[in-house]
Design a protein around this ligand. Structure first.
Ligand code: ADP
Ligand code: 5GP
Length: 206
C-alpha cells in the first residue's frame, strides 16, 4: 500500500475550531505533521514563537517571499500569513500527511501547485455557535471579532472550491471524520499506481 504523504489543507471560519481539531488529531495519530506558518500578527497570550507560529516582522516576511521560502502566502485582516516550504517538503518525503491550517487564498494557491492536496473546510454547526466560540475564546477584541465574522461571510462564498466540508459539532467525532477522509484519500487509484501496476504485471505473468 502506498504511504506517500498527502498535503491536507484545512480552512474554516475563524473560531470554527480548526486549531482545536488539528491539535486533537495530531495527538491521536502520529501519521500527521502540522505545518507551522509564519505571520506578521502579534502573538496572543499563551502563544509561543515556533509553536503556534513563527512571529516575524514585515521585513522578515517580505524577505521570505523573495527567497522563495514560502509555498503560499496571503493577507488576512491586516497581516501576512505564509507556509514555510522546507518543513512541508521534508515531511512529505518522510511519508507524513502534512496539515496546512490556512485560509482560502492560500488553499487555492496550494491546489494549483499540488493538485493531489485534499482541501477540507471546517464548518461550525451554526452561525450563532461560531459567534459564541469566537467570543468565548476571549483572545480578540469586539472589533476584531466583528472583522472576522465579516470575513467569514466573504469566505463562505468560496466553500465550493474545497473537496470536503467537516462539521465541528462534537469534537471527537469531527477528529475521526477528518482521519477517515484522509484514510480514503490514501486509497484513491491515482495514489496507488505502483501497486496497481504491480498487480497488472503479476496477472500478465500468471
Ligand atoms: P479556529 O482555530 O478555527 O479559529 P479554535 O480552535 O481556536 O478555532 O476554536 C475556537 C473556540 O471554540 C475555542 O475556544 C475552542 O475551545 C472552541 N471549540 C472548538 N471546537 C469546539 C467544539 N466542537 N465544541 C465547542 N467548542 C469548541
Ligand atoms: P489566526 O490569526 O486566527 O491565527 O489566523 C487567521 C487566519 O489565517 C486563519 O484563517 C488561518 O487559517 C490563516 N492562516 C494561518 N496560517 C496561514 C498561512 O500560512 N497561510 C495562509 N494563507 N493562511 C494562514
Amino acid at each position: 500500500m502506498n504511504r506517500k504523504g498527502i498535503i491536507i489543507v484545512v480552512s474554516g471560519f475563524s473560531g470554527a475550531g480548526k486549531g482545536t481539531i488539528m491539535k486533537a488529531l495530531t495527538a491521536k495519530y502520529d501519521r500527521y505533521a502540522l505545518s507551522i506558518s509564519a505571520t506578521t500578527r502579534d502573538p496572543r497570550p499563551g502563544e509561543e514563537n515556533g509553536r503556534e507560529y513563527f512571529f516575524v516582522s514585515n521585513e522578515e516576511f517580505e524577505q521570505l517571499i523573495r527567497d522563495n521560502g514560502l509555498i503560499e502566502h496571503a493577507g488576512y485582516v491586516n497581516h501576512y500569513y505564509g507556509t514555510p516550504r522546507k518543513f512541508v517538503e521534508d515531511k512529505l518525503a518522510e511519508g507524513k500527511d502534512v496539515i496546512l491550517e490556512i485560509e482560502i487564498q492560500g488553499a487555492l494557491q496550494i491546489k494549483a501547485q499540488y493538485p493531489d492536496a485534499v482541501l477540507l473546510f471546517v464548518m461550525p454547526p451554526s452561525a450563532a455557535e461560531l459567534k459564541k466560540r469566537l467570543a468565548g475564546r476571549g483572545t480578540e477584541t469586539a472589533e476584531v471579532i466583528s472583522q472576522r465574522l465579516n470575513r467569514a461571510k466573504e469566505e463562505s462564498v468560496g466553500i465550493e472550491n474545497y473537496d470536503y466540508i467537516v462539521i465541528n459539532d462534537d469534537l471527537d467525532k469531527c477528529v475521526d471524520k477528518v482521519h477517515e477522509i484522509m484514510d480514503a484519500a490514501h486509497n484513491a487509484p491515482s495514489r496507488n499506481l505502483d501497486f496497481i501496476n504491480t498487480i497488472r504485471k503479476e496477472l500478465n505473468e500468471l
